[in-house]
Structures are given as C-alpha cells and as structure tokens.
Design a protein around this ligand. Sequence first.
Ligand code: PLP
Length: 417
Amino acid sequence: MSINPDSLIMYTPDFIKQFRAQFPFYQNQTDKPISSVYLDNAATTHICQPALDAINHYYQFEHANVHRSSHPLAIGASNQFEAVRQQTAHWLNAIDKNEIVWTKGATEAANLIAHGLSKVHIKAGDEVIISLAEHHAHFVTWQQLAKYYNFNLKVVSLTQDLQIDLAHLSHLINPKTKAIAFCHVSNATGVIQPVDAILQLIKPHKQIVSIIDGSQAVNHIPINIQALNCDFYFFSAHKMHAGTGLGVCYGKQSWLNALPPYQFGGEMVKHVSLDDTQFNQLPFKFEAGTPNISAVIAFGATLKFLTQFQWQKIKVYENELMAYLLNELEQRKSINLLADDHLVGAVSFTVKDMHCKDASDILSQMGVALRAGSHCAMPLIQAICPQGSLRVSICGYTSVEDINYFLFCIDELNEFL
Ligand code: PLP
C-alpha cells in the first residue's frame, strides 16, 4: 500500500470524538478494568446509544408482536418493523423492500440461501465455486450441502495479495457451475475482494447465482446493490453498531420467489389445510415465527444515526487511521503482515518468534482486545499461516490514541521475546 506521509493523522478529530461519545461502552472508560482498547470490531461492534434507546422504548411503550393482531399496539409495531425494512432497502439501494429478509444473522442468511439453492437450482453432479477466503458461515454451509446433495464444491484460490484469483476463477467456470459464493471483504485478512470484476466475469453465464457475504464490508464500504447487481448479499446487524440476533439477507425477487421456505411455522403461511400449506408472499415466506422485533427497530435507529453522523465522512477518517496503523506496523521488524494492500477495517499479522495466542494473551493483560487464531476461516489460515494470526480491527469510533496504545503494547511484546 502506498502511503503519503502527509496524509497520516496524528490526532483524533473532534467529529470522531463526538461519534464515539454516542457509544455507552466508551462512557465511564475509567471504570473499565480490562479490554478498554477495543480492536476486535470485526468480531462485533459496540452498539450505539440510539439503538439501545430504541430497544428500551420499544419494550417499555410499544411492545407487541408483528403481523398478527389488529389492536393499535400491534399495528404500530408492524408499521415500525416494515418501515425499517424499507429503510434498509434504501440504505442498500435495493429496488424493493420485499427483497430484504430478516434472519437471525449472517450465518442463518448463508444457510437460507444455500439450502434453498441446493433444493431448486443445483443438481447432483453440478458445481459450486467458493473462495478460499470464506468465513466458516459460508464455507462449512456449502461444504456440507455439497456432501448431502452430491454436488461438487470447487475452491477458487487467492493471489499473492490474498484477493480471489480471477484467472483461476475463469478456469473453474463451466456449464455445470451453478453458484459462486464469496465475501466482499475477508474477515481473516481484511482484504477487499474484486467483487465487480468477479460479477463481470460470471455475467455471461446466466446459470451462475452470485452470493456475496458482506459481513465485513457493510460497516466500511457503502453498498449499492443495484450497481453491484449480485443475486444475494447478506450480513449481520451487529457488525455495524446495532444489536446481535439480526441478519439482513438481500435477494433478487426472482430468486427469492424461486427458493422454497427455509423454515416452517407461523406467519410464513397464507393458508393451511390438513394436507397442505400455501406459503405467504415475500418476504414473509422466509420469516417463520416471531422475529427479533426489537433488533429490527434498533437497526433502524442505527441507520438513522449513521446517516445523521455523515457516515461517509467517518469512513474517510477510518481509511486514514488504517493507513497510519499499516505504516506503523510495516516499520516494525518483529511484525509480518499477512496482506498490506486492498485492506479495509482489519489487518492481520504475526509477531516474530511468538505464537499468536501468547501475543494476544499478553496484549489482553495490557488492556488491548483483539482476535488471535484462525478467525473462523480455517481453510484460509491453514493455507497461508498455519500457526494462526493476530487481527486488529478498527471502525469509526476507534481513536488515534487507541492505535497508539496498541502500538506501544506491540513494542512492549519485544520484552517478552
Ligand atoms: N461472514 C463473515 C465474513 C463474518 O465475519 C462473520 C462473523 O464474524 C459471519 C459471516 C457470521 O456472522 P454471524 O456470526 O453474526 O452470523
């Protein structure tokens, strides 16, 4: 990565301090005994105050189930719930709110898509391409379904800079290829994948369904679904300052209509007789049972909050902070970066002569929270760094002081070598 030294930031700007002040985790910092320098944002981000307020308000004053009863409280909850679906479609620039299915997380979205396609689109003997960079949510799901349904899983390799290898991808594609599943950004390395080039490459092959795991992209890169023109895109709300237990699964209407329901139960039905069931329309066909209503409402509050705080401006700061962090890590002889280009949000590295778990234990004791190991991406880590790596992941509220303290702790690790 080429870094202009003049662009390196040295102080946390005031608007970032104001943004950070909206996260209860950062209030009363002095009361926090451990892990106050939180650099594990790829695992989960802290929830913002507006999302917490929305959860409280919903449970205190507006709590009712959605799409069932007709009393005013229930109608109010249903309207709010659907308004957030619309808001999410707008945030992603999807055509229609019915293309947004709520799931309990990215993992459930990956399963919903893969199970559905395995039933109606992929036949025994067909092929599905998955990238080596996938999180287990994507990788294991497709691996296990390939065994169950007897189709073949082809793994597309990565280039030296850990991006999906387009030449290898092109070589793998053939008339039997029915789907390609890949991440927008790798959770293990922070590397942005060439999504546009991949989608361009598969475009002439109409039988190939494109599925993008956007979990590590949504909090760092503006997503324009219509411009991307992929078939499916999914992520978890907790990766972008909302609560846990909520996933967003975007699918083109034609594909969502073609897929069978993933789960059965209440609300996903139109009519039930003794012998058969007529399923509900989109998106309810995929939302069996009581959904995570408060998490949806909190997600709406988060999107509003991010818009009001000029999310794009925060992203510029975040990229500068990443450049600063990379530049500093690159200067340290004891550090070996897994990738140093096309990075967003996270950087993965090893410390010379120290196991990543030992390094993370020492850093934890010094109050730095980050992740060590294989990052739920064992196939990738086994291939490029079998001993595992450390991953430091930032987001909009990460301060320059956080990074400086982390760098100080990295230097202190030398004392243990
Ligand atoms: N995909 C990626 C790239 C991830 O980083 C994660 C979580 O870390 C997931 C999928 C799974 O998300 P969840 O555990 O919220 O379902």
